[in-house]
Design a binder for this molecule. Structure first.
Ligand SMILES: Cc1cc2nc3c(=O)[nH]c(=O)nc-3n(C[C@H](O)[C@H](O)[C@H](O)COP(=O)(O)OP(=O)(O)OC[C@H]3O[C@@H](n4cnc5c(N)ncnc54)[C@H](O)[C@@H]3O)c2cc1C
Ligand code: SF4
Ligand code: SF4
Ligand code: SF4
Length: 505
């Protein structure tokens, strides 16, 4: 299939990673904006020699799902210097890893602003230049020819850090085609990336002709948790608005303005290609309260030994936390966010009235300032479902039977999750125990129709049941309030206890 065929069949397959553009030996691929303002490859067929390299390099066209052999280690961490942390979106993990590379004479690539405040991938050779890369830019960055520059630096033996979205890391890895000992790839937990065209129009509207001195998508003036967009001007103070009032931030977070590929993202865990993933430690007050001061805490998810060494040498301080904090508090690590139900109408309006994009954004904002939440949509449940699938796979690798103790979801949701677990877990034995509000456990199992047991009185029965089913591992939603007796029973039962959720067991 050609790239054009792939894109015309399903536009959402192309992430705009630009691996095709970078690999083309004839330089006959340009990345051009569509009506929504996202970049897609355009091939000049007059120049093309049909070498097929663009098709071979495309991570979307050649996508193969992977499954991990183990869950990665997850750390909650903060950078000790307060000034650096204030200017970082989360806890400063990006700076901590980057400075190790720069101190070693290496080079760091990441998303920065160009002279017109467009977000582009660029390089930093020292700590001063790193400032431009620091901080999240909530818009899709333009890769340009950066993969070629990364390769050229790698070939000299210089240490390179490449920081980007998961799809861009996949693009780089595919472009390079082999591992390099001197490359560290850092991706982000990725909610999705909005349209650069909308961002540029919006910024022009905010600045209203004044010269921009600085843009910060994650201003911490009102703390870390309360997201604010701040734009500073040379001659007239600054613009500062939070998610509730700022049209752009709100429409980013309610998924009205993201790239189509972000709603069907192929590069979420476990299909990312980076050494390490960084993100916000949302929920930190619940799982690592000592690391919370509302000035920013990072999550650092370590996929490779190389990343482990970097983390050990870095200035970050923190603690290891359970993998379960991800499906609970940061579902974007595992699942794509569905689009706002009005996305199609919205972009139709943008296409029909391209000079009025800010008016249209404001109109949709006024129409529903809270964004539209689709009926039945629950990203946390989706993330847990994916986590369960990964856990099942890991359990299969270890040839164990597992028991999933579901949180207190409503019955329909619990049943639909149970169904999907059981459907692809027929051969290796998996059972789901749903904990109800009254403290009863209920087996949701196609083969053994609902068995309800009161745990406070029926431990022996539960024990027998677990033995009958040869259950060795138990997954528990850690946020559940289990009685002391229940905990004693679980701890003494000879099971391996794992959790969805909060505190370490
Ligand atoms: C579009 C987007 C969506 C995100 N969604 C989530 C989420 O759902 N959950 C979550 O926990 N974290 C999310 N993050 C990550 C989070 O906002 C922080 O970027 C991350 O925690 C790193 O923070 P830090 O303090 O370590 O370093 P920072 O200094 O804040 O990190 C800066 C580095 O992040 C990378 N980066 C910034 N903007 C972009 C961009 N547009 N494209 C590619 N790379 C970029 C760069 O290379 C940049 O140099 C998202 C980031 C972006 C850009
Ligand atoms: S290589 Fe990237 S930009 Fe090119 S077609 Fe594939 S996904 Fe799209
Ligand atoms: S087939 Fe070869 S020459 Fe043609 S666009 Fe693709 S990479 Fe370029
Ligand atoms: S959500 Fe997926 S496709 Fe969208 S920018 Fe992030 S990694 Fe790329």
């Amino acid at each position: 299939m050609t790239l054009e065929e792939m894109i015309s069949k399903n536009r959402a397959d192309c992430t705009g990673c630009a691996a095709c553009k970078n690999i083309c030996p004839k330089n006959c691929i340009t990345m051009e904006r569509d009506d929504e303002g996202f970049l897609y490859p355009k091939i000049n067929r007059d120049e093309c020699i049909n070498c097929g390299r663009c098709e071979k390099v495309c991570p979307a066209l050649n996508f193969k799902a992977t499954m991990p052999n183990a869950l990665p280690d997850v750390h909650a961490a903060i950078y000790p210097d307060e000034k650096i942390r204030r200017h970082s979106s989360s806890g400063g993990a990006f700076t901590a890893l980057s400075e190790l590379v720069l101190e070693d004479g290496g080079i760091v690539f990441g998303a920065g602003f160009n002279e017109n405040w467009r977000v582009v991938h660029t390089a930093a050779e020292n700590l001063d230049e790193l400032e431009n890369l620091r901080g999240s830019k909530y818009v899709q960055s333009e890769i340009g020819d950066v993969y070629k520059r990364v390769k050229a630096e790698l070939e000299t033996g210089r240490q390179v850090l490449f920081s980007a979205t998961p799809c861009q890391c996949a693009g780089l890895k595919s472009f390079l085609g082999k591992d390099y000992f001197n490359l560290l790839t850092v991706d982000i937990i990725c909610h999705g990336t909005p349209s650069p065209m909308l961002w540029e129009n919006y910024l022009e509207y905010i600045s209203n002709g004044h010269d921009i001195a600085h843009v910060n998508f994650r201003s911490k003036r009102r703390g870390w948790v309360d997201l604010h967009l701040e734009v500073n001007f040379y001659d007239c103070g600054y613009y500062l608005k939070g998610v509730a009032d700022d049209v752009y931030l709100k429409q980013f977070l309610t998924e009205l303005i993201e790239r189509p590929s972000c709603h069907e993202c192929k590069f979420k865990f476990p299909n990312g290609k980076s050494d390490v993933t960084i993100g916000d430690a949302w929920g930190v007050t619940r799982f690592a309260p000592k690391l919370n001061d509302n000035r920013g805490t990072s999550l650092v998810i370590v996929h490779t030994d190389k990343a482990k060494k970097f983390l050990a040498q870095s200035k970050l301080r923190g603690q290891m936390v359970s993998f379960d904090v991800l499906p609970m508090f940061n579902p974007c690590f595992l699942t794509s966010i569905p689009p706002d139900a009005r996305r199609e109408d919205f972009f139709d309006d943008i296409k029909n009235y391209p000079n009025h994009s800010v008016d249209i954004m404001q109109h949709y904002f006024r129409q529903n300032p809270n964004g539209v939440v689709e009926e039945g949509r629950n990203v946390h449940a989706e993330a847990m479902q994916k986590y369960i699938a990964v856990s099942q796979h890991l359990a299969k690798l270890r040839e164990k039977n597992v028991l999933f103790v579901m949180p207190e979801l409503n019955m329909d949701m619990a049943k639909s999750l149970a169904k999907s677990i059981l459907e692809n877990f027929k051969d290796s034995g998996g059972y789901i125990l749903h904990v109800q509000g009254d403290g009863n456990f209920m087996f949701l199992d196609a083969l053994h129709p609902v068995i309800s047991l009161n745990v406070e009185t029926g431990f022996e029965n539960v024990q027998t049941l677990l033995q009958d089913f040869h259950i060795t591992d138990i997954f528990i939603e850690r946020n559940m309030q289990l009685s002391e007796d229940t905990l004693k029973f679980l701890n003494n039962g000879g099971f391996t206890l794992r959790g969805f959720g909060l505190k370490e067991m």
